[in-house]
Design a protein around this ligand. Sequence first.
Ligand code: DX5
Ligand code: ZN
Length: 218
Amino acid sequence: MNKLIAPSILAADFANLQRDIEMVNASDADWFHIDIMDGVFVPNISFGMPVLKAISKHATKTIDVHLMIVDPDRYIQTFADLGANVLTVHYEACTHLHRTIQAIKAAGMKAGVALNPHTPIAVLEDIIKDLDLVCIMSVNPGFGGQSFIENTYKKVSQLKHLIEFSESNCQIEIDGGVTDQNASALVEAGADVLVAGSFVFKSEDPTATIANLKAITN
Ligand code: DX5
Ligand code: ZN
């Protein structure tokens, strides 16, 4: 299956956002990964609705929104209206996860769940068939540019087994510290979507970096 590359806009140059979006549009990337942080669920605030609206205006690829916020149910319809195609909430932020997932789907989006590095895959056993995507955090959420947590490989294999055992169609996304050093091993372990922020946008030639990630994973 085609493995997907999702550049994380958190690492883009916000003073040249349209330029960076157009770079992604013209590149081998598959998705835009958009990190929304509220300063409560995570110790950082990224950007909110007006910025996502501006991104949506120019983006020509799937918009994958990663909500690092408490009480995401409040904003599901808003994110649908802003152009999100995939909406991912954190397991740790949802008391009634099943209800939240159904609401995301009812709003016409694909539904994802993200797991913090300390959260075991097993908590998804009873919801895996309802999910379109699981995002395994390979860093603690809140900041770009952190180092990849090696325990992630084990979690990817466990999740892959759970998906196969449950006959789920869910995709596996990896978020945090992805580089050309770990990309192929992640895909080998079962990853379908690789998010890459700093590695893409801080490189000398982001278009070439994306092309290289795509080539080594496919
Ligand atoms: C972290 C975010 C990530 C981040 C990845 O909380 O969810 O999407 O932008 O950035 P890098 O690739 O720099 O680790
Ligand atoms: Zn993210």
